[in-house]
Design a protein around this ligand. Structure first.
Ligand SMILES: [Cu+2]
Length: 186
């Protein structure tokens, strides 16, 4: 019976505790929300020697597509030029491509000698410009998955990069009507 005397205090104590817990939960939720917002800024970085790669992504491909494209930003933090010479992946062949407008016509072609990155320079691969082209795809690239490919730099060497796959319409390459890549279904 003695403990019953203290009973009326219990709910208050509980309420206070609950309130404190709720406060903790909401600050936790707030912290989680903050970290969610911060995520893009903390996008993954990949390194080989003096070369850093960030903001990597690949474009989802429609069913039956034979090619896909990937984009990223290359930073050459060194005092000597670097060259992206090619790469490899287990789901496709990897080519370095350039897209440009010639006489009002969009043209795309392989950079057979690779892509030069001058000392201390940053080169952005983006839709409508330089890109990595996955050819001979053995599977479609599905939105939400991550695919891995190895990029090779000279002299920095190989680096494995993870590409989150974004939706087909995600500011992807411009459709190439009358372009040089008539055989490519983009
Ligand atoms: Cu291409």
């Amino acid at each position: 019976m003695k403990w019953l005397a203290g009973a009326p205090l219990e709910p208050q104590g509980f309420e206070a505790m609950k309130e404190q817990l709720m406060t903790r939960f909401s600050s936790l939720a707030f912290a989680l929300a903050l970290s969610g917002f911060a995520a893009p800024a903390l996008a993954q970085e990949f390194k080989a020697g003096d070369v850093t790669i960030d903001k990597a992504w690949a474009r989802a491909t429609p069913k039956g597509a034979e090619v896909g494209a990937a984009y990223f930003v290359i930073h050459n933090n060194g005092a000597t030029p670097e060259r992206l010479t090619g790469g490899s992946a287990d789901f496709a062949a990897v080519e370095i491509h350039e897209m440009k407008t010639e006489g009002g016509v969009m043209k795309m072609g392989e950079l057979k000698n690779g892509l030069n990155i001058p000392a201390h320079a940053t080169i952005r691969l983006a839709p409508g410009g330089y890109h990595v082209m996955f050819t001979h795809l053995t599977k479609p690239l599905a939105k939400g998955e991550k695919v891995k490919a190895t990029l090779t730099f000279d002299p920095a060497g190989p680096v494995e990069v993870e590409f989150p796959v974004e939706e087909v319409g995600a500011s992807g390459p411009t459709p190439m009507k009358g372009g040089a890549m008539g055989g490519m279904k983009m």
